[in-house]
Design a protein around this ligand. Structure first.
Ligand code: AMP
Ligand code: MG
Length: 415
């Protein structure tokens, strides 16, 4: 029997094998949560023109010199500029232009006074008549309340770099420079295979000795969460013909990754192994982790393949520890795992393998506190519903006493 393989070594080997997918071009609305595959350079200044940061009056700042509530400066109102307008006149000494936020600053103006600092009253709303004169109660500095062209972004400036995940702010910036299409990394197509005579799908009747295929659904969720496109095939029977047909069907889809569950432990493995020997180059790894010791890894007709253990918790934990980073690399995303240090509330025992214990995590002051979700059976999927994270008990440690500190791999955000 091969010795147990260290988890970190396994992950390092896996990541070295994975290749990031090529780019594709998508429309901007479809680029949300995708990974940018190009640097985005702005062809324009942002803002594109000098504009007002306030509703008020544009003027030459010198004309406000000495203005105060008892000694207001009076200017003639010669222009009215709405947002979206394009003033063509020029503001001369002693003149002011009524101006709205975002409207272009007219030539000659060098500051904007907010309407609150004038004698004008806009309480009548948009239809307020344009006054002939306006009195200023405040002195302004040069450039006050003017947003200058290019003050946010200059023409030719790189606003986003390849590898960035496009979120709301990023998509807004790309819209702001008027790009309708962007290059993003193609999303990995991931085929999910379940096999077992005991498995039935959610639509089928639960006959004697049968259980539902849950792994097909948890994996689809995990793959989606990791930026992949899950494709779930029908459940194969425990027969050579059925398993062979399923793997052929998987390959017909031309996937970027194939994930199967079950059939890799000794005993159950034989049928799957036969098919893998026919189609692929697979190593059967006995990994030094709990849950999830038996794991198959390699390629099938050149497509990367993971054969995860069948127990529902083992499937999810091995995905988190080994498959999520692999999928992240294929998808061009960060492979870093989110971990924190937490104090454990109760003794946790292990068998000397690196153990991933399901825990809830809460914040207490500056620290995190982790508590076991209770039942830790690798068949009890409910422990994953309850878990905020996986507390990692290092190799060769069989007891972590209450009050000890462990690293926790986070499965979700902590309140
Ligand atoms: P096996 O690796 O086939 O021996 O399966 C190990 C355990 O996982 C057994 O209890 C199976 O019934 C269970 N199992 C296998 N595949 C699935 C699945 N797709 N969904 C839920 N449980 C499964
Ligand atoms: Mg089975």
């Amino acid at each position: 029997m091969n010795p147990l393989l260290n988890v970190d070594v396994a992950l390092k080997n896996i990541l070295a094998d994975m290749k990031t997918l090529e780019a594709e071009t998508v429309s901007l609305p479809d680029s949300y949560d995708r990974v940018l595959a190009e640097d985005i350079v702005s062809p324009i200044d942002l803002p594109p023109f000098d504009n007002s940061a306030m509703d008020g009056y544009a003027l030459r700042y010198e004309d406000s010199a000495g203005a105060s509530p008892p000694m207001p400066a009076t200017l003639a109102v010669t222009m009215d500029i709405m947002a979206g307008g394009a003033p063509d006149g020029r503001l001369e000494a002693g003149q002011a232009a009524r101006i709205m936020t975002g409207a272009p600053i007219p030539k000659g103006a060098s500051a904007v006074i907010p309407v609150e600092d004038t004698d004008d009253d806009w309480s009548k709303g948009e239809n307020s008549p344009l006054p002939a004169e306006v009195r200023l109660f405040k002195r302004l500095t040069r450039g006050e309340n003017i947003r200058l062209a290019g003050e946010n972004i200059k023409t030719g400036e790189t606003i986003l770099t390849a590898g960035t995940v496009i979120g709301a702010a990023e998509i807004g910036m790309i819209a702001g420079i008027g790009r309708p299409r962007v290059a993003v990394i193609r999303q990995p197509k991931v085929v999910i295979l379940s096999s077992g005579d005991e498995l039935v799908d959610i639509y089928d009747e639960l006959g004697p000795g049968k259980i539902r295929d849950t792994n097909g659904y948890t994996l689809a969720g995990l793959i989606r969460d990791a930026g992949g496109l899950p494709i779930r095939l029908p459940i194969a029977k425990d027969s050579l013909a059925s398993i062979r047909a399923l793997y052929r069907r998987a390959l017909d889809i031309n996937p970027d990754l194939i994930i199967s569950t079950a059939g890799v432990s000794v005993g159950a493995a034989d049928l799957v192994r036969v098919v893998m020997d026919e189609l692929g180059e697979i190593d059967f790894w006995r990994i030094n982790m709990r849950p999830g010791k038996p794991l198959a890894y390699g390629t099938i007709c050149g497509v990367p393949f993971f054969g995860l253990p069948g127990n529902p918790v083992s499937t999810m934990v091995t995905f988190e520890v080994l498959v999520r980073p692999a999928l992240a690399k294929i998808a061009g995303r960060s492979v870093a795992q989110r971990t924190i240090k937490a104090t454990i509330t109760d003794d946790i025992r292990s068998d000397g393998r690196r153990t991933y214990a399901r825990v809830t995590v809460r914040r207490e002051g500056d620290c995190f506190v982790a508590r076991s979700t209770g039942i830790q059976s690798s068949g009890a999927l409910m422990s994953m519903v309850l878990a905020d994270g996986l507390a990692i008990i290092p190799e060769d440690q069989t007891l972590v006493p209450a009050g000890g500190e462990l690293e926790v791999l986070l499965l979700r955000g902590i309140e």
